[in-house]
Write a new protein. Sequence first.
Length: 295
Amino acid sequence: MRFGKYHGLGNDFLVVDLRDASPDDAAAAQDPRTVAALCDRQFGVGGDGVLAILPAPGADARMRVLNSDGSEAEMCGNGIRCVAKYLHDRGGIAKQSIAIDTGAGRLICDVHTRGGTVDTLTVAMGAPRLLRAEIPMTGPANERCIEQPLEIAGIARPMTAVSMGNPHAITFVSSRDEARTLAETIGRAVETHAWFPRKTNAELAHVISRGEIDLVVWERGCGITLACGTGACATAVAAVVTGRADEGEEIRVHLPGGPLAITVANGLTAVAMRGPAVHVFDGELDPRAVAPRPT
């Protein structure tokens, strides 16, 4: 199995092109135990997840997102930029706009090149979903969850729920330091809270101004990551619906790995994400030979 190591603002992945793989090889590369072993930073290659590229009738490719614990996510904003870069630069799809099927539907990635290779990408992320049934979360299916008190460790914190094809729980805090501290101390408890039957990503956000936000993300199935594209989009949407930011204006979301530019369209009809993708190196291994971490 050949793979490419890519990252989007430090959110790093093994990108595996399985479009022409045999059924046995494709299954081996996507086995949850193998994925967890590959992503182990001491005993494997290391990464926040594996991005499997699969054939997709009517689209350029399909992306399957496998978290570092072997679980599957519906979407990954940083990941889709990495997959689109691979497809354009190395995967035989040198187009200006690349259509990729995901668990959140078909998304279009517009590529911006420098020196013949992709430098940054703008992804049309679709419309945000705000109803409880769409997140999904418990409670009245057709209601929104906007700044509702979520109790963790005896403290109720206002939380807004947004789906960008995957679930997010956003809490606004008073400083960047508080965001980091809370991500470390309550991130897992939010991820696994009973409100979220499929678990959730947890965002701790500090609004600097109407056009700028500091953000730390506890990612479902991974823990704290250097960046989360869908988390940045969901946080920008939460800032708009709570009156902290404006529709139709670019919002710069600062993550530990760097900034993403997010625009929430008027009427919450769409979200656009602009950011980089970087190829680090290529490798080759037999996925069947990757040993699980000793216990």
